[in-house]
Design a protein around this ligand. Structure first.
Ligand SMILES: C[S@@+](CC[C@H](N)C(=O)[O-])C[C@H]1O[C@@H](n2cnc3c(N)ncnc32)[C@H](O)[C@@H]1O
Length: 216
């Protein structure tokens, strides 16, 4: 009986080296799995949350592709913005109000606001509307405002300058709408794609930066 007793500090019944025993003995599974499980849960929550946040931010950029007229977000080049500004200063229209139909990140509205135009941008993408409002606040341009609206449903008749950077397919429909609703105290400034039938009073710039000005 005495021979079976622990010879190594009473740590083992068989008298084996406790270190060697620890290598062959099964570990307590619940004790070791717990931290792994929590790390897995945290990782799953983080990746799931990141995926949802990414979808929320990206959806406004993708949703135009689901509409009848697909008008994606393509910001105007610096030269294009300059051409629009030239059109604004050399026009014969007395009033200094402007609307940009599909204002994107607000660059045309902000540039016109800096030149003293009471400018408004309508845009479907709520992320871009928020960004534009922030830019106006940051640059202290009080006469540049923005709203989330469909350009086909907005009342643009109260503005003297109507800016549109659209796509070719939508220009005939817009032209028909302008024909019906605009009065003689306004002008349309079309960027990159002209109105199909109206005769422009000026054409400014060239290539993809061309701007067509139509006095109504
Ligand atoms: C070609 S980008 C022009 C952006 C801006 N005007 C510029 O010159 O930088 C067209 C913009 O129109 C927006 N848009 C598309 N369909 C729209 C709609 N039905 N109503 C309002 N905005 C729309 C898009 O989200 C996009 O930001």
């Amino acid at each position: 009986m005495m021979a079976l007793k622990n010879k190594n500090n009473g740590n083992s019944d068989c008298g084996c080296d406790p270190y060697l025993l620890s290598l062959v003995e099964p570990q307590n599974p619940t004790a070791t799995n717990k931290p792994n499980k929590s790390i897995g849960l945290v990782l799953a929550t983080l990746t799931g949350g990141a995926a949802i946040a990414l979808s929320v931010v990206c959806f406004p950029f993708v949703s135009p592709a689901l509409r009848r007229v697909v008008l994606p977000y393509v910001p105007a080049s610096t030269r294009q913005v300059d051409n629009v500004m030239k059109a604004l200063v050399q026009n014969n229209i007395k009033g200094k109000s402007l609307i940009d139909l599909g204002s994107g990140d607000g660059r045309i509205v902000l540039a016109a606001g800096k030149k003293g135009f009471q400018s408004h941008g309508v845009e479907l993408n709520s992320v871009l509307v928020l960004y534009s409002k922030f830019a106006a606040w940051q640059q202290r341009i009080k006469n540049a405002t923005f709203s989330r609206q469909d350009l086909f449903k907005v009342d643009y008749t109260k503005y003297n300058n109507i800016v549109i950077f659209g796509v070719e397919e939508m220009m005939p429909e817009l032209e028909a709408l302008f024909e019906k609703s605009l009065t003689s105290s306004s002008q349309v400034i079309a960027c990159r794609f002209p109105l199909p039938n109206w005769k422009p009073s000026h054409v400014i710039g060239e290539g993809i930066d061309t701007v067509w000005v139509y006095e109504v």
